[in-house]
Design a protein. Structure first.
Length: 594
């Protein structure tokens, strides 16, 4: 995206700025300074990232025209070139109110009313320019879409929006004589980092990579780690609201706090009530100090509370009191899970639990992408479009792929909670670092070791049989395994059959169909476009045997079901995965390979 660097001279001094649309800057300064100012606009036009860098270098005071030498030196040090590839030739042209030429003199009519509509959509969001345009179109603001960057620029000048480079450059050290300092790049959206600009003949495996860019006229870094959510470049702005969502009704109560008000409606067991009550007391303690006491939000840091509960303990029901508390206090809550399957599983349950609340469900391809709501249910990737938007963020299955050991998604999750908000972390198998924090007393938590229905946890039954690969080569099941499967079918159970590799799903499904004619058998994995439909059919007992990978190790609970884990000794099944698969319900069979 192209941008201008300019200086504004007023009675109070000279300041340097970057502009996406100079008409907006003209109208802003006319409004704030009347006719008592001059604009000195630098040519040529640059990419947004270059303009930001250059403006930062020339903010020193003094007569503007005497700074051309400094501008030239700064541009050369940054390696700036025009879009045609030639070295930039810096020129200044001057404009003042009533002058001729330069900036068109007619302001956009009806700005205030349209700007109010736009800024009402922005609090809590973090968007790329194309996402900003999509938001305007979705919201029916076609008029604003005719001059979108005018509204962006004026919102930035007025302090209602904040624009920053999508990729930040960091210079490390001075370097040796005749060598430039090391230059590193970091994505401002997902936090991924990239190495120095690679030399010819070398390659880099970094997440932020350098490519030739038509806007910069030279090498420009962009982020590959979050590319599926849109391309973040050094030369494009990341648009964030400078205003947080309204919290005028968010009055944290420190006196007369009664947890029973929030626990009673949900029919929790004694164990669940104890765990949820602990979390509510944590929220109350975290929320006992408010912004109204004069502290800046930067002085706060979101707190964390771990809900450590076995599979089948009813973690979803246990979070209802926390959501209830947050919403009744006028706050916003987000429930986040790593997988789309779990989002679709939770959506009807949350909608039923909170019927009077605007629930927005976000995942790849969601039709509610730009809707606003007090309660948001989303996959972790969708958090990249939010920034300090929520008072309560509940992260489900913190140990699950793709969230676990993914710095990009963890960074996104850390950005969406307000500084004085709180995180509730849910897991049956929390990662070792969190367990270590619990043991050291550094992480508030509640443990739930019993399932909601009070039935004991399943004890794995070891069934030694040949490896799955041999069965697929022979086109038949080992007799011992077939007998166990048949026994489960006779008792009326539905069967989860877990395999470690996607490539095994199809062949095993065909073997099971031939082994049990007349029994509905299906297979699914992360690459199956009909996965959601098959899971729904499985829930409705239309499928008796479902062959799957660890994609369904969580979030899908079927009553009267048996679980068979084939090649359980595979390196692709870690302890957490085995525990989660074991928790799918009732009975369990584990079959190791040899």
């Amino acid at each position: 995206m192209k941008a201008w660097v300019y200086a504004v001279s007023t009675a109070t001094g000279i300041t340097w700025h970057v502009s996406l649309d100079m008409r907006a800057d003209r109208d802003h300064w006319i409004r704030t300074a009347g006719r008592g100012f001059r604009l000195f606009v630098l040519e040529p036009e640059l990419s947004f990232g270059q303009a930001q860098e250059l403006a930062g270098r020339v903010k020193a005071g003094g007569p503007v025209r005497q700074l051309l030498g400094k501008i030239r030196a700064a541009g050369e040090s940054l390696g700036m070139r025009t879009a045609e590839g030639s070295s930039a030739v810096w020129r200044l042209w001057e404009w003042e109110p009533g002058g001729e030429g330069g900036i068109p003199a007619s302001p956009i009519p009806g700005y205030e009313a349209m700007a109010a509509k736009i800024h009402a959509l922005m609090p809590g969001r973090s968007l790329l320019p194309e996402e900003y345009l999509s938001l305007l179109a979705h919201s029916g603001l076609e008029e604003a879409a005719q001059s979108p960057y005018y509204y962006l620029q004026r919102g930035w000048l007025e302090g209602r929006l904040h624009l920053e480079k999508g990729v930040e450059l960091h210079r490390e050290g001075r370097g040796f004589p005749f060598r430039r300092p090391k230059l590193r790049a970091q994505c401002k959206r997902c936090g991924s980092q990239g190495a120095q600009l690679p030399q010819k003949g070398t390659s880099s495996s970094a997440s932020v990579v350098w490519t030739a860019c038509p806007h910069c006229g030279g090498p420009c870094p962009y982020c590959e780690a979050c590319l599926t959510m849109g391309r973040v470049r050094f030369c494009t702005p990341l648009i964030r609201s400078a205003e947080q969502p309204s919290t005028s009704t968010w009055q944290r109560k420190t006196q007369g706090f009664d947890t029973e008000i929030y626990l009673q409606p949900w029919g929790l067991s004694d164990v669940q009530r104890e765990a949820s009550g602990s979390a509510l007391l944590f929220l109350k303690g975290k929320n006992s100090v408010t912004r109204s006491k004069g502290k800046a939000s930067s002085e706060y840091k979101p707190g964390r509370f771990l809900m450590w509960a076995v599979t089948g303990a009813g973690k979803t029901e246990m979070i209802f009191p926390m959501i209830h508390y947050t919403l009744t206090q006028g706050g916003r809550a987000a429930v986040v899970t790593p997988r789309r399957d779990v989002v679709l599983e939770l959506q009807p349950r949350l909608a039923k639990a909170f019927p009077g609340v605007q629930l927005v469900t976000l995942y790849g391809g969601s039709e509610q992408r730009w809707d606003q709501g007090d309660l948001v249910l989303a996959t972790t990737h969708q958090l990249m479009r939010f920034y300090e938007a929520f008072d309560l963020v509940i992260i489900d299955e913190i140990d699950a792929y793709p969230y676990h050991n993914n710095p990009m998604l963890q960074h996104a999750a850390e950005q969406v909670c307000r500084p004085d908000g709180a995180y509730i972390l849910l897991s049956a198998t929390p990662p070792e670092p969190l367990q270590r924090e619990v043991r050291r007393g550094r992480l508030p938590h509640a443990r739930v070791a019993a399932r909601f229905h009070r039935h004991p946890l399943p004890v794995p039954l070891l069934l030694a049989t040949p490896p799955l690969q041999r069965s697929m080569q022979q086109g038949s099941l080992p007799l011992r395994l077939k007998d166990k499967l048949q026994a489960s079918l006779r008792r009326g159970a539905q069967l989860f059959v877990f395999v470690p590799k996607i490539a095994s799903v199809g062949p095993l499904t065909e073997i099971l169909r031939s082994s049990f004619p007349g029994v509905p058998v299906e297979g699914t994995s992360s690459k199956d476009e009909q996965r959601a439909e098959k899971v729904t059919a499985f829930r409705q007992s239309q499928i008796r045997i479902l062959v799957t990978t660890t994609i369904l190790e969580r979030g899908v609970t079927i009553p009267k079901s048996d679980v068979f884990i084939l090649d359980a000794d595979s390196r692709l099944f870690d302890a957490a995965a085995l525990i989660q698969m074991a928790g799918r319900e009732d009975h369990l069979r584990i079959r190791p390979g040899r």
